[in-house]
Design a protein around this ligand. Structure first.
Ligand code: S3P
Length: 177
């Protein structure tokens, strides 16, 4: 496994895989600052993700994600970055993520994700009919992209937040420069 060049931990994974909760916990134990790509985009655009999707389209949002990663390359240090679930799919983004730091894929089973996302109304890709089929297809399609973009994969099913957080922190100590 490659040594990481930058002092950042990047969390990737499907919607509902725990990126935000684990990211905040990691930030507490490390004293690194916590950032979230969706949150930065919403602040910059002065609008929420579902409205951005609706008014400007998904491609517009995806370009904002890539532009943001290019920006962060020169500014992010000693930070935890939680990323939107679709961000690692672009090849350029996957490359940029590895340049930013230690990339952890939070792997969760379809069952866990379905349980966690039940009743969610904030994620545009999950709205409409056939909710379970939609998740199942997306999940299957995306897994290889997450694996490819990650420095390390951590399984999260049936594990506590503290346990997962400590495992990531320990791994990061091993692999950082
Ligand atoms: C998306 C995931 C969302 C958000 C947007 C699109 C996706 O972030 O970026 O709704 O394509 O999986 P979370 O993974 O934080 O829910």
């Amino acid at each position: 496994m490659d040594k990481v060049q930058n002092k950042n931990i990047i969390l990737i994974g499907f919607m509902g895989s725990g990126k935000t909760s684990i990211g905040k916990k990691l930030s507490e134990i490390s004293n690194y600052q916590f950032f979230d790509t969706d949150h930065i985009i919403e602040t910059r655009e002065k609008d929420i993700i579902s409205n951005i999707f609706q008014s400007k389209g998904e491609e517009y949002f995806r370009q904002l994600e890539t532009d943001l990663l290019r920006n962060l390359k020169s500014s992010l240090n000693c930070s935890i970055l939680s990323t939107g679930g679709g961000l690692p799919l672009r090849e350029e983004n996957a490359k940029l993520l590895k340049e930013l730091g230690f990339v952890v894929y939070l792997k969760a089973s379809q069952e866990t994700i379905l349980e966690r996302l039940k009743g969610d109304t904030t994620r545009p890709l999950l709205q409409g009919e056939d909710y379970e089929t939609r998740i199942s297809l997306l999940h299957k399609k995306r897994e290889p992209f997450y694996e490819n973009a990650a420095t390390s994969t951590i399984t999260t099913d049936h594990r506590s937040l503290d346990e997962i957080t400590m495992q990531i922190w320990d791994l990061y100590q091993t692999y950082r420069v």
